[in-house]
Design a protein around this ligand. Structure first.
Ligand code: NAP
Length: 324
């Protein structure tokens, strides 16, 4: 595929996914109105793939921004590719469709384009997004992910979502779904942390072999929310190699990090609530990295996971203990 021209990729269910998506997560300290404004700017600039989640607590704002841009004629609903995520307190199969319906209600949408299981780690059902015990430890739940997947398939059959996929799954967990007796639909994607310091080479190869698209989050080095990310980790966009390549092409290091993913067949998310960054980040279709540049970026890998989901290390389905 020539990513110089193609701005979307076909998924294994026949639907297409725009290769550059707009991320909307921000820590709770950031006013939600900033997210709403940013989504509107993103749609004006040309992004058509918007990534959100029940967990981000911004679906009302994201939905309102999209509906406003539909109402003013900037976009049509059918041109938008909206990704939503099943939060981990809703993994029990009988809770899946009602979770999706809650999201649809907040968004005021009739359907979601792509619905993915946010993490393979089910948490205790209830109103708290992160249920904790008296010692502050997150309370886990024991759910067979294959049953969760069957409930996801039912949501697709009910016409509430067009495509279904997963996020933060490792190879074993993907295989568990793929090998499930009676599997009706394969996951179309696995959305995972992926950037030059953590390039997911092996997981990407595996996903490609199964016709599953890898969607990269934290592709610019993450939100660095101190609740989740160790503040002593290096800043990706300050990397000398990325900066050298940025100079060579008269682009920004962010462009190089995004372009890198497109050229290896990865769909990439970029979050920004800053107008200039939102505009700039979308200009990734006007230059191409050479094979040598790609190798130089590959060599930056140091298996650095910015967000290792530290609070869930003891979960039986903790996905990041396996090699990939
Ligand atoms: P990211 O996209 O790696 O980076 C965002 C950070 O980079 C922001 O602080 C942003 O600041 C800055 N930035 C953006 N463009 C820039 C530019 N051109 N130059 C300099 N700095 C720039 O962050 P992320 O939020 O971790 O990941 C992206 C999206 O992936 C999320 O928003 C969310 O939608 C999704 N995600 C999913 C999961 C999951 O578990 N499935 C986990 C994490 C994230 P400004 O806002 O000031 O531009």
């Amino acid at each position: 595929m020539d990513f110089h021209k193609d701005t979307s990729m076909e998924m294994n269910d026949g639907h297409r996914i725009p290769v550059v998506g707009f991320g909307t997560y921000a820590p709770d300290t950031v006013p939600k109105s900033k997210c709403e404004e940013a989504v509107k700017v993103a749609l004006e600039v040309g992004y058509r793939h918007i990534d959100s989640a029940y967990f981000y607590n911004n679906e009302e704002e994201v939905g309102r921004a999209i509906r406003e841009k539909i109402a003013d004629g900037t976009v049509k609903r059918e041109d938008i590719f909206y990704t939503g995520k099943l939060w981990s307190t809703f993994c029990a199969p009988e809770r899946v469709q009602s979770a999706l319906e809650k999201s649809l209600k907040k968004l005021k949408f009739d359907y979601i384009d792509l619905y993915i299981i946010h993490t393979p780690m089910a948490l205790k059902p209830g109103d708290d997004l992160l249920p904790v015990d008296e010692n502050g430890e997150v309370i886990f739940d024991n759910v067979d992910l294959r049953a969760t997947w069957e409930a996801m398939e039912a949501c697709k059959d009910a016409g509430l979502v067009k495509s279904i996929g997963v996020s933060n799954f490792n190879r074993r967990q993907l295989e568990m779904i793929l090998n499930k007796p009676g599997l009706k639909y394969k996951p179309v994607c696995n959305q995972v942390e992926c950037h030059p310091y953590f390039n997911q080479r092996k997981l990407l190869e595996f996903c490609k072999s199964k016709n599953i698209i890898l969607v990269a989050y934290s592709a610019l080095g993450s939100h660095r929310d101190e609740k989740w990310v160790d503040q002593s980790t290096p800043l990706l966009l300050e990397d000398p190699v990325l900066n050298g390549l940025a100079k060579k092409y008269n682009q920004s290091p962010a462009h190089v990090a995004l372009r890198y993913q497109l050229q290896r067949g990865v769909v990439v998310l970029a979050k920004s609530f800053t107008r200039k960054h939102i505009e700039d980040n979308f200009k990734v279709f006007d230059f191409q990295l050479t094979e040598e540049d790609m190798k130089a970026i590959d060599s930056l890998n140091q298996n650095l996971r910015y967000d290792p989901f530290q609070k869930c290390l003891a979960h039986p389905e903790y996905p990041f203990a396996d090699e990939y």
